[in-house]
Design a protein around this ligand. Structure first.
Ligand code: ASP
Length: 363
C-alpha cells in the first residue's frame, strides 16, 4: 500500500470515528430491540424504561415473558430438549453502567436463566456458572426447580428419536429393520392422542432441528445500556453442549461507550468469530450497526470460503448503538422473505414493531 493511500485510510478512519463521536453525542432515547420472537419482550422492557427503571431490569423482565411462554420452543419453559429429552438452558447479561456481566450455561430445571445470569452478576464475583453448580446456586438463591419439558416438546423429542436410523435404515422402534422413516400416518398410530397440528409440528422439528433464542438490547434516555441473551440452544444437542448465548463476546457483548450486540442462530458459527464483540468493535471504529453485523456475517462466510452450498445453517446478529442507531443482519434470507427483528422506540404507543433485517445472501 502506498504511503498516500495509507494516509487516506487513516484519515478515513479518523473521519468515521469522528462521525461516530458526533452521532453518539446525540440525545439518547428509550429504545429496545430484540430477535423477532420478542415483540412482547420489547413492549415490557419499554414500559420499564419509561417508568425510569434500569436497562438490565428492563431486558431481563422482557425476556422472562418469553422464557415463561410454553409456545416459544426456543427458550425457557417448553424449550426443545437435548438428545436425552432434558431441557438445558443458557443465558448471559451485560449491564453497561457498571460494566459487569453474568452468565449461566447448561442449566437444568430452572426456567428463568436470564434472571439467574443477572443474579450471578449481582451476588457473586464470578461471571459464569454452569450445569449442576448453576442449578444449585439457583436453588440457593430461591429459584423454583421445575420440569421444563411440556407435552408438546416431549412429543417433538419422541418423534425425533423415532426418526433416527442407522446407515442401513434400521431403527430401534416399531418397524425395526429397514423401517421407513416415519410419516404422518405412522405418527398418528404411534401417538393416537396427538392432534394433526401437533404431529405436523413435531415432525417438522424432528427433521429440521431448530435453533432459537431471544436476544434483547436496551438504551434509556440517560444513555445507559444493557443486554441479555437466553436460549434452550440447539434442539437435540449432545448433553452438555453450550452454544454462543452464554458466552460473553459471542452471543452478547456490550460496551457502555459504544453499544451492544447479540445473536441468534447456530452458535458454533458465532463462537468462531466472536460475533457480538466484533460487532461492537466495528461500531467503535465507525461502522453503522447494520454494516457492523454484515461484516461479521462475511467473516462466517469466509470460514466456508464463501461457498454457500456448505453453509447449511442460518444466523442473525442485532446491534444497538449508544446514539440509538440500530440494525440487524441475517446470513440467509430464505424463501423470498426477509427475516425480521423486533423494535420498540415508543413510536407506536406501547406496541413493538417488526423491521426487516439486512441479508448477506438469499436462498
Ligand atoms: N444461538 C443459540 C445456540 O447456538 C441457539 C439459537 O439462537 O438458535 O445455542
Amino acid at each position: 500500500m502506498s504511503k498516500y493511500s495509507r494516509r487516506g485510510l487513516l484519515a478515513g478512519s479518523a473521519a468515521t470515528a469522528a462521525a461516530f463521536a458526533q452521532s453518539s453525542a446525540a440525545k439518547p432515547k428509550n429504545i429496545v430491540i430484540s430477535s423477532a420472537n420478542g415483540l412482547i419482550c420489547c413492549q415490557r422492557a419499554m414500559q420499564i424504561l419509561q417508568s425510569g427503571g434500569d436497562t438490565l431490569d428492563a431486558v431481563v423482565q422482557g425476556v422472562t415473558l418469553v422464557e415463561n411462554d410454553p409456545a416459544d420452543d426456543s427458550v425457557g419453559y417448553g424449550g426443545l430438549p437435548n438428545e436425552e429429552g432434558v431441557v438445558e438452558l443458557d443465558a448471559s447479561v451485560m449491564h453497561g453502567p457498571t460494566r459487569r456481566a453474568g452468565s449461566v450455561a447448561g442449566v437444568q430445571n430452572i426456567k428463568n436463566v436470564a434472571k439467574l445470569a443477572k443474579t450471578v452478576m449481582e451476588q457473586t464475583h464470578h461471571i459464569m456458572l454452569v450445569a449442576e453448580g448453576a442449578r444449585r446456586f439457583a436453588k440457593a438463591m430461591g429459584f423454583p426447580e421445575e420440569n421444563l419439558l411440556t407435552e408438546k416438546s416431549r412429543l417433538a423429542w419422541m418423534v425425533w428419536k423415532q426418526s433416527l436410523r442407522d446407515p442401513q435404515g434400521n431403527s430401534n422402534w416399531n418397524g425395526g429393520r429397514n423401517a421407513a422413516k416415519p410419516n404422518i400416518a405412522q405418527l398418528r398410530k404411534a401417538f393416537p392422542d396427538a392432534t394433526e397440528e401437533l404431529l405436523a409440528y413435531a415432525w417438522d422439528r424432528a427433521i429440521h432441528p431448530p435453533t432459537g433464542t431471544i436476544n434483547c438490547l436496551a438504551l434509556n434516555a440517560k444513555g445507559e445500556m444493557s443486554g441479555t441473551t437466553t436460549t434452550s440452544g440447539l434442539a437435540w444437542k449432545i448433553p452438555g453442549r453450550i452454544g454462543d448465548s452464554p458466552i460473553i463476546g459471542a452471543g452478547l457483548y456490550l460496551d457502555q461507550d459504544v453499544g451492544g450486540a447479540g445473536s441468534t442462530g447456530l452458535g458454533e458459527e458465532n463462537i468462531r468469530v466472536c460475533g457480538a464483540h466484533t460487532i461492537v468493535e466495528n461500531m467503535r471504529r465507525g461502522m453503522s450497526p447494520k454494516d457492523a453485523c454484515l461484516d461479521v456475517l462475511k467473516r462466517i462466510s469466509r470460514n466456508y470460503n464463501d461457498d454457500k452450498s456448505r453453509m447449511t445453517f442460518n444466523i442473525n446478529f442485532y446491534a444497538l448503538r449508544k446514539d440509538g442507531a440500530y440494525g440487524a443482519a441475517t446470513l440467509f434470507g430464505e424463501g423470498g422473505k426477509l427475516p425480521q427483528f423486533a423494535v420498540n422506540d415508543g413510536a407506536n404507543g406501547p406496541q413493538s414493531r417488526l423491521e426487516d433485517t439486512a441479508v448477506l445472501y438469499t436462498r
